[in-house]
Design a protein around this ligand. Structure first.
Ligand SMILES: NC(=O)c1ccc[n+]([C@@H]2O[C@H](COP(=O)([O-])OP(=O)(O)OC[C@H]3O[C@@H](n4cnc5c(N)ncnc54)[C@H](OP(=O)(O)O)[C@@H]3O)[C@@H](O)[C@H]2O)c1
Length: 304
């Protein structure tokens, strides 16, 4: 356990900072349930694949190639339905929607876990800043393309981040999708993670009763996500990680709690952290902004 973990207690849910994905999913029978997870090739997605498949779920694993999914499943000793999906290529996401629809029936869960962080230089693809395109727009196409397959008690679990607080003061503005206005690595990442959070807030309003969606901060975990932060920072995280950061099993706990634990079956529109309800910043609770970002994304996606 990290030093930080030693001082963290459990929250009202009975789980907390040090809880693991395995612990929050213990005893849950997922046989006959199908759950789609993006970004299963590494980090939190790989652990989520391992734990949910271990509870009997059919996991539809998405990664850039089917081979990556197969290698990931083999690495953790489980089976997965492998679907290729590059979230930064709208055509690839639409193909993944079609393949998923062909290969599986009803979805009990969708976990939008894949992501990229803090690209030092602004990169634009299809006219959209790459972090916003990958983290938010790609997942928007994926989830909205599969919503009619979501079970009547289905759950959509959205990886956001405490870094949503680093978004610029306007939050998210997809009428300026290239983010020419004062790009910073963390500002753009924050904006994309705020978009993830607002997506879940707005989706919660739109889903029929019975279906739920929540966004979450998984904690701070040393994974491949830091690959763009530079060698020194990454090396420091590698050294300090065991002392100050969550482990990967702890990092995957909140998304597994939201996706399968009985306590969250009727919880919706919340922002979660450490396997409990948490508070986002004011922009993250702005219902009008959530609706505007949804509508902006729809208009943008129609052109992609
Ligand atoms: N780790 C943390 O401290 C932390 C903190 C807050 C939030 N989060 C969130 O947690 C989620 C999981 O991150 P992680 O820490 O597990 O990082 P990770 O190990 O880097 O996993 C992210 C996954 O996303 C995939 N991905 C990236 N771009 C993609 C694309 N264009 N198409 C398809 N897949 C793509 C990556 O695949 P490739 O390797 O093929 O690129 C990778 O498997 C992210 O949404 C992140 O924002 C993490």
């Amino acid at each position: 356990m990290s030093l930080v973990g030693l001082f963290k207690g459990k929250g009202p849910s009975g789980f907390g900072y040090t809880s693991t994905a395995e612990e929050v999913a213990a005893g849950v029978d997922l046989k006959g349930r199908t759950i789609l997870v993006t970004g299963v090739a590494s980090g939190l997605g790989l652990e989520t694949l391992r734990v949910l498949a271990g509870r009997g779920a059919t996991v539809v694993g998405l990664a850039r190639t089917e081979e990556k999914v197969q290698a990931a499943a083999k690495e953790v000793g489980v089976e997965a339905v492998a679907v290729a999906c590059d979230l930064s290529e709208p055509a690839s996401v639409r193909a993944a929607v079609a393949t998923t629809r062909d290969r599986v029936g009803e979805l009990y869960g969708i976990i939008t876990n894949a992501g990229i962080m803090a690209l030092p230089k602004r990169e634009v693809k299809h006219g959209v800043e790459l972090q916003m395109l990958t983290n938010h727009v790609g997942h928007f196409i994926l989830v909205t393309g599969l919503l009619d397959r979501l079970a009547s008690d289905g759950r959509v679990t959205v990886l956001s981040s405490a870094a949503h607080t680093g978004a610029p003061s306007f939050g998210v503005d997809l009428d300026d999708p290239t983010m020419e206005r004062g790009y910073t690595a963390w500002g753009a990442y924050g904006s994309s993670k705020l978009a993830n959070l607002l997506f879940a807030r707005e989706l919660a309003r739109r889903l029929p009763a019975g279906q739920v969606t929540n966004a979450l901060h998984p904690g701070v975990i040393h994974t491949n996500l830091g690959r763009h932060m530079g060698g020194v920072m990454s090396a420091m995280l590698g050294i300090a990680g065991p002392l100050f950061l969550k482990t990967i099993p702890q990092g995957a706990a909140t998304q597994c709690w939201a996706a399968v634990n009985a306590a969250t079956a009727t919880m919706t529109g919340e922002y979660l952290a450490d396997c409990n309800v948490a508070a986002s910043n004011a922009l993250g609770r702005d219902a009008a902004l959530a609706t505007r970002v949804w509508e902006q994304t729809e208009r943008l996606v129609a052109k992609l």
